[in-house]
Design a protein around this ligand. Structure first.
Ligand SMILES: NC(=O)c1ccc[n+]([C@@H]2O[C@H](COP(=O)([O-])OP(=O)(O)OC[C@H]3O[C@@H](n4cnc5c(N)ncnc54)[C@H](O)[C@@H]3O)[C@@H](O)[C@H]2O)c1
Length: 315
């Protein structure tokens, strides 16, 4: 299918996208891809994370506009949907520590506002950025999209509720992402691979608990590319959940550290640290389904780690 083939039969230059939560880590990698592909974009975000500065260059493009509002506030979603053809819904309280700290805001944004957005979106295509945290603790084998969801954190539970809402409407699609890493104009150093790399650069020592816990990773640029791919292939993807990542980056924490040690030769590794992951994630994921319709990640782990190492020298 040609990349300009659209959900509604319109060309990209006719299509206007509402991008909720687009001022964060993933959104700021996606925004230039959408605009460069000819989509118009309205970004709905109170800019809690990166502020206005990373967005300034985008105001040069008349296809870009910002609604600097909280989507939980009265009337904001209704207003934002005016003249919009499709929705990418990324706004969320993200990660188990943030959700644990702010359970009420998590319920309001991740669930109630998602419900309202689904209700008001009508027949518009709606892409929901979900997470592998929905799988929770899975022992053995690879999770496919048919594996029963078993979230163990409030973050995971709220995302499962969001998925169910999105899949109950006419044109909803769920992308279940691996954990992102890599550089973005709005950084998240709390993400596991970003965090370990920063520790490795700055203290030359990594003390790791649960080194055998397996997680799954994706470069933030590949995450953005997969969302563009979904928009461009909506007719084939609507109404379903899709894992997004690569089996090559299903890695234990020990394996991540050993990769880092190849790039930082004086790195000291200690795998005996005390601690446990409150999200209890230990799983590997199959990405066969999305690969079978033509999406593959492009950024190798080594390249993503090297860019982080180069940048972290200046943090
Ligand atoms: N980063 C990852 O590893 C990862 C993995 C899987 C899924 N996801 C999903 O991708 C999405 C984006 O994640 P991220 O890493 O960019 O997070 P982020 O925290 O960097 O971005 C979230 C954005 O949402 C905005 N926001 C917060 N409250 C809002 C509200 N009430 N109304 C509108 N916008 C609001 C924030 O200002 C922020 O810009 C989330 O839905 C997340 O669950 C991320």
């Amino acid at each position: 299918m040609d990349s300009s083939e659209k959900v509604t039969g319109m060309s990209t230059s006719d299509m206007h996208i509402l991008l909720t939560g687009g001022g964060g880590y993933v959104g700021m990698s996606l925004l230039p891809l959408l605009l460069n592909s000819g989509y118009g974009v309205t970004l709905l975000d109170p800019l809690y994370r990166g502020g206005l500065e990373p967005l300034l260059p985008f105001f040069r493009n008349s296809n870009f506009s910002l609604i600097k509002d909280d989507m939980c506030d009265e009337g904001v979603i209704e207003n934002a949907l005016t003249n919009v053809d499709a929705v990418i819904h990324m706004a969320a309280v993200v990660g188990y520590p943030a959700c644990q700290r702010e359970p009420d805001r998590t319920e309001k944004l991740n669930v109630a506002a998602t419900e309202k957005l689904c209700r008001l979106a009508g027949n518009r295509p709606l892409i929901f950025t979900s997470t592998g945290s929905c799988y929770g603790v899975i022992k053995g084998g690879l999770c496919t999209e048919n594996t029963p969801l078993n979230p163990v954190s409030l973050y995971g539970t709220s995302k499962v509720q969001g998925e169910n809402l999105v899949l109950s409407i006419a044109n909803g699609t769920v992308l279940r992402f691996a954990t992102a890493y890599g550089l973005s104009p709005v950084m998240r150093i709390d993400l596991l691979l970003n965090h370990l790399t920063m520790m490795a650069v700055q203290s030359r020592k990594l003390s790791i608990y649960e080194p055998s816990a397996r997680r799954t990773f994706i470069h933030v640029e590949d995450m953005a590319r997969s969302i563009l791919f979904t928009l461009n292939n909506y007719n084939r993807m609507a109404g379903e959940a899709w894992n997004v990542g690569t089996e090559e980056q299903n890695l234990t924490k020990r394996e991540i550290c050993l990769h880092l040690a190849k790039l930082i030769p004086d790195l000291e590794l200690d795998f005996e640290a005390e601690g446990s992951d409150p999200d209890a994630r230990d799983y590997a994921v199959s990405y066969e389904k999305i690969r079978s319709i033509g999406f593959e990640t492009e950024v190798p782990l080594k390249e993503g780690m090297e860019e982080l190492i180069r940048a972290y020298h200046f943090f």
